[in-house]
Design a protein around this ligand. Structure first.
Ligand code: GUN
Ligand code: FE
Length: 429
C-alpha cells in the first residue's frame, strides 16, 4: 500500500547536517520510504494522506543503552558513585524482577512511556531473570518498539542470595532464554553486565556463544574511577578493554556504554574492531562518573551513539538525552580550556537518531528504502509564533522544549503506532 505524510520534514543524513522540507511530502510504499518531495508527484495525488498540517515530522529516536529493571528507581538514589550505587540501590531493585507479575506491570508501563516519547529502537539490559526478560521483549513488541534485549549475566561481586548467579546457572539460563526468544523485531543480545560482575570462565563461554550463534554483545566500559580500579585489581596485566577482547567479546558491533575514561589506546581498539560507543550524558553527571570527550571520539572517527542509561540517567525521553549531551559537551569544552568544540543541535540529534538506527541496518536520515521511524511533533504551544521561524529553528527549539504531550504520532517499522497521543498496541501479543 502507498500512502503520504504531509508536514514540515526534518532529518539528519550525516553528522552536523539537517535537511528540512517545509510543507513537504513523505511518500511510503508498504511502510518503506519511497521519497521526500517539496511538491507531491502527480502519480501520488490520489494516495491516502496523513495531513499533519504545520506539525514537524522528524526521525524517531534510538536509545542504545538503558536498564529496564531500573525503571522503578527512576529519579532516585543518585547520591552515590557507581559501585556503591549498584550494591546499595540497583541490585536490590533488579532483584524484584523474579516476580513475573511485577515485571509485566512495570515493563508495560515502560514500553508505553518509551513509544509515546518517540523511542522506536532500543538496545536494552534486562535483569538476570529469564521469564522477566521474555516479558520485557513481549511488551516492547506489543507497542511497536524494535531492537535488542539482553538477559544480564553476573556471577560475581553482586548480592549473593538477592541477585547473583553461579557461573553454571548463568550459562544454562542464557541458553534457555535464547531458545525461547521468538520475536522477529525484538531480538536477543548477549549482555555480560561488565568485567567486575563476570568471571573469566563466564566471559569466555559467552564469547564462544557470540561467535557460534553470530550474536551481538553489549556491556559497560571505563565508566567511573572506582570501577576501573577494581578491574585493574582483578586483571593486573590487562587494560579494561582487553578483558573483553581476551574472551572474544570485543567484536564488530559490540556496544560499550560510557567509555568516559577510555584512553587513546582503548579508543583506537574500539575504532579498529568496530566497537560502538554509547554515550550516556545524563547518567555520567548524575552518578558523578565524569564528562566524556565525545568531540574527540568523533574527530577520531569512532561510532558514537546515545543512551538514556536509566536509572543512572533520570531522563527516559531521548530528546532530553540529546540536550543533556549538548550540555555535557559544553562542560567538556570548559574542562578542555575552551580547546574542544561543543556539539551542535544537529550533531547531537544525529547521534540520537541516525547513528543509532544505523546499528539496525538503516541508512542515513530518512533514507529511501528504509522502514519509516518517525515522530510527529506539535509545537503550536511553544513561545514564539511558529510562522516567524524557520523549520530548522523550530526543530532546534523543540529539542529543548518538547514533552510527551507534544508528540502526537509515532511511526515505527513503517506503521503508525501512536496516534493523537494514544498507543495503538498489538492486542495479539
Ligand atoms: N555498570 C554495571 N552495571 C551498571 C548499571 O546498571 N548502570 C550503570 N550506569 N553502569 C553499570
Ligand atoms: Fe548502564
Amino acid at each position: 500500500m502507498r500512502e503520504v505524510l504531509k508536514g514540515n520534514i526534518v532529518h539528519a543524513p550525516s553528522l552536523g547536517v539537517l535537511e528540512t522540507v517545509e510543507n513537504g511530502y513523505l511518500v511510503l510504499d508498504d511502510g518503506k520510504i519511497a521519497g521526500i518531495y517539496k511538491e507531491l508527484p502527480a502519480d501520488c495525488a490520489h494516495l491516502p494522506c496523513h495531513d499533519y498540517g504545520d506539525r514537524i515530522i522528524m526521525q524517531s529516536f534510538a536509545d542504545m543503552h538503558l536498564h529496564a529493571p531500573q525503571y522503578p528507581m527512576l529519579g532516585m538514589g543518585m547520591d552515590l558513585p557507581l559501585m556503591d550505587w549498584l550494591s546499595t540501590y540497583t541490585f536490590r531493585t533488579e532483584a524484584r524482577f523474579a516476580d513475573t507479575e511485577y515485571a509485566r506491570r512495570t515493563y508495560r508501563r515502560l514500553a508505553e512511556e518509551l513509544i509515546r516519547n518517540g523511542t522506536t529502537r532500543v538496545c536494552m539490559f534486562s535483569s538476570l531473570h529469564v521469564e522477566a526478560t521474555w516479558i520485557l521483549m513481549e511488551e516492547l513488541e506489543r507497542v511497536g518498539i524494535t531492537g535488542y534485549v539482553g538477559k544480564v549475566n553476573m556471577d560475581r561481586n553482586a548480592l549473593p542470595g538477592v541477585l547473583e548467579e553461579t557461573t553454571e546457572e548463568s550459562l544454562r539460563e542464557t541458553l534457555r532464554w535464547l531458545d525461547g526468544c521468538r520475536s522477529e523485531t525484538v531480538k536477543p543480545i548477549l549482555t555480560p553486565r561488565f568485567t567486575p560482575s563476570c568471571s573469566d570462565v563466564l566471559m569466555e563461554q559467552l564469547g564462544v556463544l557470540a561467535q557460534e550463534r553470530g550474536l551481538y554483545v553489549q556491556s559497560h566500559l571505563s565508566e567511573s574511577a572506582g570501577e576501573i580500579e577494581l578491574v585493574q585489581r582483578l586483571h593486573p596485566s590487562l587494560s579494561y578493554w582487553q578483558t573483553y577482547e581476551k574472551s572474544g567479546l570485543w567484536r564488530d558491533h559490540t556496544l560499550m556504554a560510557h567509555c568516559v575514561h577510555s584512553d587513546a589506546q582503548e579508543r583506537r581498539a574500539m575504532k579498529d574492531r568496530g566497537v560502538v560507543v554509547v554515550h550516556c550524558a545524563d547518567s555520567n553527571v548524575n552518578i558523578c562518573s565524569g564528562v566524556c570527550p565525545v568531540r574527540l571520539m568523533l574527530d577520531e572517527g569512532l561510532w558514537v551513539t546515545l543512551g538514556s542509561d536509566i536509572a543512572g540517567g533520570a531522563q527516559l525521553p531521548m530528546y532530553q538525552v540529546i540536550t543533556a549531551t549538548i550540555r555535557a559537551s559544553k562542560a567538556r569544552r570548559v574542562l578542555d580550556g575552551w580547546n574542544s568544540d561543543f556539539l551542535t543541535e544537529a550533531e547531537a540529534y544525529y547521534l540520537g537518531t541516525t547513528a543509532g538506527h544505523r546499528y539496525f541496518g538503516a541508512g542515513n536520515g530518512f533514507a529511501v528504502g528504509d522502514a519509516l521511524h518517525a515522530v510527529v511533533l506539535d509545537d503550536s504551544e511553544f513561545p514564539e509564533p511558529a510562522r516567524e521561524l524557520s523549520v530548522q529553528e523550530r526543530f532546534e527549539r523543540a529539542l529543548y522544549l518538547m514533552q510527551r504531550r507534544h508528540v502526537t504520532d509515532v511511526w515505527s517499522q513503517g506503521k503508525c503506532v501512536v496516534k493523537n497521543g494514544a498507543v495503538i498496541a498489538n492486542a495479539a501479543i
